[in-house]
Design a protein around this ligand. Structure first.
Ligand code: KDG
Ligand code: MG
Length: 399
């Protein structure tokens, strides 16, 4: 069996997605996803370039082809390249599953659980609205809910600057005191209303300084969060120890990580409890599986990042992998079944299933997903960037 073609599909059916199709000389094809919010055209070019290395190769040699693409670039690593590699790796696992006539999770060891525990996002303008949101999610069957006042940063977002030109992203003005002041009382309120057993979590989105993060983790300790996410930006790796020493709040990080080497020290020094890597941004299923295996002896569990921009095929790859590993924790859930995603479903068919708080990948061979290229062509890519934040004095701040 030989790879004959790598097709890159950049499309905007609701929001931008970057898909890949790997064709073979046996009529079997594989699909993958390399969506990277705001950087899709760059990843598309990387897939096109790296994909040429695959033409004529045996698609079943998944590990060897991973090593080949990773090492042939010489300039290995980084989000762009590892996402490009991920899209190709996913497609190879999809082909392997189709050849074996088995869903990918079976190739990874088979089912270790009946379903994938998920969490949804309850956002509200006040703590009362957040409570209503949490209750609504619980009503729908969610067992775990993320609680945020006004999304990332809450009332710490004190202003907004219009974009320089139409189409460019605007700038949010970020001043943390209000956020730091409102977040512990939010969880005090939620605990008072929901009791200590409700499973709640929160995402700081890397917006704090090390000492602010340590202070907040300590303040939140009495409310027993499922986890506190992205307490620090990845540039402040050296400060994880300080946050860890400050509190026994469960910590999760990793949505910006791109491979094993970002995780090693956090695992070995037991600085986190959940790792948020997912196949789509770490070089695919091949690499994500190794990372999660490395986490296992430290009792660190998976919590795959699953925002909208991880995409439906990225989501499927995360589900297959986490169905099989022993150290699964939770999956962030984005509902591609909702009405706004009708155009996306024209392109990819049915997203992975969700019921009663648990998700399931499809049982069809491979990843169980496909791409209708004609439908994708009806929704051309729309230029998009990630937003920016600045402090009140104009200094650019991490996000
Ligand atoms: O593209 C960036 C988003 O995926 C990220 O902002 C979402 O932090 C996020 C989360 O936890 O879902
Ligand atoms: Mg996050």
């Amino acid at each position: 069996m030989k790879i004959t073609e790598v097709r890159v599909i950049l499309t905007c059916p609701t929001r931008n997605h970057l898909f890949v199709k790997v064709n073979t000389d046996q009529g079997v094809h594989g699909v993958g996803e390399g969506t990277l919010n705001g950087s899709e055209p760059i990843v598309a070019a990387a897939i096109q370039h790296a994909g040429e290395l695959l033409i004529g190769k045996d698609p079943l040699r998944t590990e060897d082809l991973w090593q080949l693409i990773y090492n042939w670039s010489f300039w290995r690593g980084g989000a762009i390249y590892m996402t490009a590699l991920a899209a190709l790796d996913m497609a190879l696992w999809d082909i392997k599953g189709k050849v074996a006539n088995l869903p990918v999770y079976q190739l990874l060891g088979g089912r270790s659980r009946e379903g994938i525990l998920t969490y949804g996002h309850a956002d509200g303008g006040s703590k009362e609205e957040v409570l209503e949101g949490v209750l609504a999610f619980q009503e729908r069957g969610y067992k775990v809910v993320r609680a945020q006042i006004r999304g990332y940063g809450g009332h710490g977002n004190i202003g907004h600057e219009a974009p320089l030109r139409p189409g460019l992203p605007g700038t949010t003005i970020w001043h943390p005191p209000k956020y730091l002041a409102e977040t512990p009382p939010l969880f005090e309120f939620l605990r008072a209303k929901l009791g200590m057993e409700a499973e709640l979590l929160h995402d700081i989105h890397g917006m704090l300084t090390p000492i602010e993060a340590a202070w907040l983790a300590k303040q939140l300790e009495p409310y027993r969060l499922f986890f506190l996410e992205d307490i620090l930006p990845i540039e402040h790796f050296e400060s994880f120890r300080m946050v860890r020493d400050a509190s026994k709040t469960s910590l999760a990080i990793g949505e910006l990580f791109t491979g094993r080497w970002d995780c090693l020290r956090l695992f070995q020094e037991q600085l986190i409890d959940f790792i948020r890597i997912k196949p789509i941004h770490v070089g695919g299923i091949t690499e994500a599986r190794k990372i999660l295996t490395m986490a296992e002896p430290y009792g660190i569990r998976s919590a795959c990042h699953g925002a909208a921009d991880v995409g439906p095929i990225g989501q499927a790859a995360s589900l297959h992998l986490q169905l099989a590993i022993p150290n699964f924790g939770i999956q962030e859930w984005h509902d591609f079944h909702s009405p706004e995603y009708a155009p996306l479903r024209e392109v990819i068919g049915q997203p992975c299933a969700w019921a009663g708080g648990y998700a399931q990948p499809h049982e069809a061979p491979g990843l169980g997903m496909d791409i209708d290229e004609k439908a994708a062509a009806r929704y051309p890519y729309q230029k998009a960037w990630m937003p920016l934040i600045r402090r009140p004095d104009g200094t650019v701040h991490h996000f």
